[in-house]
Design a protein around this ligand. Structure first.
Ligand code: FMN
Length: 333
């Protein structure tokens, strides 16, 4: 598939943008295990225009990331255009517009998924951004607002007219938030619509290699995007790639190997954050997901989630290796 002049071979795997998750250390882990395309966490156009330090930090890109997109969101077309221009200065491979975030603090102002209720404005915003920057512009959205209002096909046609270079679709409505199962039927209908020429990236609940292949075959999407299933399992990208090529399932890593990865991710956080505490806080969401299905693991997990220093974390991880080193995580739980 192509995003502007960027060519991606085979079925590329995208790491989904996730606030407070897809920062440097996690992107590194996913890239190491075969994720092809990265996004930053979403960045508020209003904050960017005001030059807020935290937003700028979120947009920092690294060589290992490439190809990588900066994702922006907002409700005001002028601010979004300005934000895209600021983002472009950091030389991302493309800029992505968030038309899918369901959170109240975002939709209250008419941004994110709220744009699905105003498709002419969505189109106008996308066209204005495409015109204002030289890098390709993509978008990410959902099926619609709720079960009675799923205008994703019209949105896709309008975004294509606006010059959007590719569209990622998460198979849920705004009303669903993250509940229920992602529905890929409409994603497939958009992909196979005779007027759709831009690449379509399918997203939602790709929880393993078999499912990835199945969804790919059913819908024919150009790329797969994976978010939550990669938390605590960055090797899911390698597993999916291997299965798509060989139809062979790779064995899960042993807990010893998992711990090596957790330590590496922790170390990257320590290097990148200037204080130990924030590095540890960033890890908690990941700690909780790295060890599914271990017998009698509760106490160690609670200790890991409460640890306050890197030394404490390391000690607990070493205990985990002693107790469970040869076992493998159980991703079916
Ligand atoms: C913690 C969290 C943060 C997210 N932040 C963003 C974001 O910044 N931008 C965005 O487009 N989607 C965001 N999403 C949605 C994901 O990109 C993705 O569409 C969704 O999780 C469904 O894919 P999955 O089933 O593979 O997780 C977020 C999801 C989660 C769980």
């Amino acid at each position: 598939m192509k995003i502007g002049n960027l060519t991606l071979e085979g079925t590329p795997l995208f790491l989904a943008p996730m606030e407070d998750v897809t920062y440097k250390s996690f992107r590194w882990m996913c890239k190491k295990y075969g994720a092809d395309v990265m996004y930053t966490e979403f960045v508020s156009s209003e904050a960017l225009v005001r030059d807020v330090k935290k937003s700028k930090q979120k947009m920092t890109l690294f060589d290992f990331d490439r190809p990588v997109a900066i994702q922006i969101y907002g409700h005001n077309i002028d601010s979004m255009v300005r934000a895209a221009q600021v983002a472009e200065e950091l030389q991302p491979d493309f800029i992505d517009i968030n038309f899918g975030c369901p959170m109240k603090k975002i939709i209250r102002h008419g941004a994110g998924a709220a744009m699905l209720r105003d498709l002419p404005k969505m189109q106008q915003m996308a066209a204005a951004i495409v015109k204002a920057v030289k890098v390709p512009v993509t978008a990410k959205t959902r099926l619609g607002w709720d079960s009675t209002d799923k205008p994703v096909l019209e949105a896709a046609l309008r975004l294509q007219d606006a010059g959007i270079a590719a569209l990622a679709i998460h198979g849920r409505t705004r009303e669903q938030l993250y509940t229920g199962e992602a529905d890929w039927t409409l994603i497939g209908e958009v992909k196979n619509h005779p007027q759709i020429e831009i690449p379509i990236i399918g997203n939602g609940d790709i929880t393993g290699a078999r499912k990835a292949k199945d969804l790919l075959e059913k819908t024919g999407v150009d790329a797969l995007m994976i978010g939550r299933p990669a938390i605590g399992r960055p090797w899911i990208f390698r597993e999916i790639k291997h299965f798509l090529q060989t139809e062979e399932l790779l064995p899960a890593p042993t807990i010893s190997e998992v711990v090596e990865n957790v330590k590496e991710q922790m170390q990257l956080n320590l290097e990148w954050k200037d204080n130990e505490r924030s590095a540890i806080l960033m890890m908690r969401r990941h700690f909780a997901k790295y060890f599914p299905g271990l017998p009698n693991f509760r106490e160690l997990k609670i200790r890991l989630l409460r640890a306050e220093t890197n030394n404490e974390v390391t000690e607990i991880l070493d205990e985990i290796v002693v107790k469970y080193g040869e076992l493998t995580p159980d991703y079916s739980v």
